[in-house]
Design a protein around this ligand. Structure first.
Ligand code: SAM
Length: 229
């Protein structure tokens, strides 16, 4: 059974999509998508030999070799000339996903939708999306096996877009919903930031700029949690 996390990710892949799942591991996501949607086609990209072989085995075992091409390579470089319209990158840190997008930007020519699931640091991705003409159309937050995950869905647009620093940190849709899981996440982050601020204040040489930025974040978090202590 596919995890709740990847099932939710799959719901943002349009019917008939030509998608690429980067860092596909066992190719569970592309297999699930192609089993549900007989018009979908996909590429499963993997950097590492072990997961690449696991993907090959699983795709062949599910008789999907004609619709899922398993490719070994770094990031978006596995997308060649085929008209991939949707790119999915899940289960990595936001920093690594951003690096993959930056390094492979030229492979995104026909890509109208990005579905990203960063385990941490989603604000890097919101900043990247804004500066690359991808507009957030949906965000999800969920908890599975004790971990809290975010899903960001963005579509290519022609016009310039903007997002405030606060919206980049929290996510505009997630902030608006302010679900219990969202609050739980920011409760955890609040403790982390408070600890960091305490450590920084004890240092011999204080980086005022950095300290200020953490203090601003902490103030936003308190506001969001409606918590004044
Ligand atoms: N996407 C799956 C998921 O969400 O369950 C697997 C996530 S797994 C934690 C991350 C996978 O990304 C690993 O299989 C790893 O080999 C692969 N990976 C890491 N860096 C990569 C890169 N630059 N290009 C392609 N795959 C990469």
């Amino acid at each position: 059974n596919l995890s709740e996390r990847l099932t939710l990710v799959s719901s943002f892949i349009a019917s008939g999509a030509y998608f690429a799942d980067i860092g596909s591991d066992h190719a569970y996501l592309p297999i699930y998508v192609c089993q549900k949607d007989l018009t979908a086609k996909g590429i499963a990209g993997e950097l590492n030999q072990g997961p690449y072989e696991a993907a090959l085995t699983h795709v062949a075992g599910n008789q999907l070799t004609d619709r899922i091409s398993v490719r070994k390579g770094n990031g978006l470089s596995v997308i060649e000339e085929e008209p991939v319209d949707t790119v999915v990158i899940c289960g990595m840190g936001g920093g690594l996903i951003k690096t993959i997008l930056d390094e492979g930007e030229k492979h995104l020519k026909n890509v109208t939708r990005l579905v990203l699931q960063p385990n941490i640091d989603s604000h890097y991705l919101r900043a990247w999306l804004v500066s690359h003409h991808y507009e957030l159309v949906s965000e999800e937050i969920l908890k599975e096996d004790g971990h809290i995950y975010e899903i960001l869905v963005a579509d290519k647009v022609a016009e310039d877009i903007s997002l405030t620093d606060k919206a980049q940190l929290f996510g505009p849709f997630l902030l608006k919903q302010s679900s219990d899981i969202f609050k739980e996440k920011w409760q955890r982050e609040k403790l982390n930031i408070e600890r960091v601020i305490k450590e920084m204040s004890k240092a011999k040489v204080i980086n005022q700029e950095k300290l200020q930025s953490f203090q601003t974040q902490l103030a936003w978090i308190k506001e969001v949690l409606k918590d004044d202590d």
